[in-house]
Design a protein around this ligand. Structure first.
Ligand code: ASP
Length: 324
């Protein structure tokens, strides 16, 4: 742990690179919740994120839309690892992404997801797509398209064009919670109380390929159509030097430009540890509540630096080094 104050937690580490093309280092998060969680939910989510990272492989999932098979075959092992990790977390109702995502103020689940990797450096995202579990499949599909960020209408249309069958991500549990919020007329967001949220997976391979993927159901009970940070470069970013995924209050992450701020700091020669620490200190002064995972690659020095940082919230995260 590099920094621990009442409000800020930052863990960092350095790992030697150059362990062959089949080597990869991955970090994943399962969202951020209250600093003093109750009920063992955080521990359960943390274990699940660790298991997903441990089991994630570079194969092609059997339930991938057939139209996406070719792009999966052509993808690098790192891209497949990051996508497989994201899809597994989306499929678990424990997290606020994919199945079991939060419902917006009108009771509809609208999902957002984004993807970026270091070779093409193309950011692609869908915002507020309905009736789908793996929103990350759409963000991934947009890597091949000229217009790579789509709103809800465009994303729903893309889903149909790709032949992805309509599947409701709404679970009984989320619906019951939404009804109870409405009954209590809770105007503000409250779906994070003791819950974990958004998911994100980032990675670096032995051939110095970086990738970042983030998927979310939003903050819960929000204005229909609200867009947070996850389908924007504020919440998910990748360059030839860094991969970053953020979680927490999207409006604050966007206003703070969290991922670009971390990326520019590293790219201007600072250590990830110092950039993460400075950013979280400044965010604390502003009373913000969010978190990020990041990997910075330094092939010349033969090391990567990783960091998991949070301010005024508790981040659920895990890391792994693996050989494929
Ligand atoms: N950042 C997400 C959003 O604002 C929510 C989260 O990470 O929990 O939509």
């Amino acid at each position: 742990m590099a920094v621990t104050t009442t409000n800020i937690q930052i863990e960092v580490g350095r790992v030697p690179m150059g362990k062959g093309p089949n080597w990869a280092f991955l970090l994943a998060h399962g969202g951020a919740g209250p600093q003093d969680p109750s009920g063992g939910m955080i521990e359960q989510a943390e274990k699940r994120v660790a298991t997903v990272l441990n089991q994630a492989g570079a194969g092609i999932p059997s339930d991938i839309p057939s139209v996406l098979k070719l792009s999966w075959q052509q993808a690098t092992p790192l891209e497949r690892l990051v996508m497989n990790g994201t899809r597994e977390l989306e499929a678990d109702p424990l997290f606020n992404a994919g199945l079991g995502a939060s419902l917006q103020g009108d009771g509809q689940a609208r999902l957002s997801a984004s993807f970026m990797e270091s070779q093409r450096q193309k950011f692609s995202a869908v915002m507020n797509v309905t009736n789908i579990v793996h929103a990350c499949d759409l963000a991934w599909a947009l890597q091949e398209q000229r217009h790579c960020v789509l709103d809800g209408m465009g994303s729903d249309d893309l889903k149909r064009r790709l032949g992805i069958p309509a599947t409701s991500p709404v679970t009984k549990d989320r619906l019951a919670k939404w009804i109870s919020y409405k009954r209590r007329e809770l105007a503000a967001q409250a779906d994070s109380s003791g819950k974990t949220g958004t998911v994100g997976v980032i990675g670096l391979s032995g051939s110095n390929h970086l990738a970042a993927s983030t998927s979310t159901g939003g903050v819960g009970n929000e204005a229909p159509g609200r867009v947070g940070d996850s389908p924007t470069i504020a919440g998910n970013y990748c360059s030839k030097q860094v991969a970053i995924s953020c979680t927490g209050l999207g409006e604050q992450i966007i206003a703070f430009a969290l991922a670009p701020r971390l990326a520019l700091g590293v790219e201007s020669g600072k250590t990830l540890e110092s950039v993460m620490t400075k950013s979280m200190e400044l965010a604390d002064q502003r009373g913000y509540s969010f978190a990020a995972i990041a990997i910075a690659s330094d092939p010349a020095a033969g090391v990567l630096e990783w960091a998991a940082g949070s301010v005024n919230c508790r981040l659920v995260w895990s890391k792994i080094e693996k050989c494929l």
